[in-house]
Design a protein. Structure first.
Length: 118
């Protein structure tokens, strides 16, 4: 069974940076596409970005494009989300998720809180 554990969240001032990590275990990491999602209070969960299992191609939501960078280290079974130029509206619980190849996201972490102070 796939397990995902996020870390790296915290409190940061607007304009600052954080790097989230998601440790993957239970299956062969390189067979899984990975995504980062977030959910702010009173809002639905939304996709922040995703990274392909096959070629490392990335996709970002418009409101984080140019500020956030996803990467993966298949040797460490870990996916990262580097968040720069953070804004108050980036405040949310951030979740990583895994999908077999490019299928639906069936596996989720427990989430990590990111709070950006204005």
């Amino acid at each position: 069974q796939v397990q995902l554990v996020e870390s790296g969240g915290g409190l940061v001032q607007a304009g600052g940076s954080l790097r989230l990590s998601c440790a993957f275990s239970g299956r062969t990491f390189s067979n899984y596409g990975m995504g980062w999602f977030r959910q702010a209070p009173g809002k639905e969960r939304e996709l922040v970005g995703r990274i392909s299992w096959s070629d490392g191609n990335t996709y970002y939501a418009d409101d984080v494009k140019g500020r956030f960078i996803m990467s993966r280290d298949n040797a460490k079974n870990t996916v990262y989300l580097q968040m720069n130029s953070l804004k108050f509206e980036d405040t949310a619980v951030y979740y990583c998720a895994a999908s077999v190849r490019e299928g639906p996201y069936n596996y989720w972490g427990q989430g990590t809180q990111v709070t950006v102070s204005s």
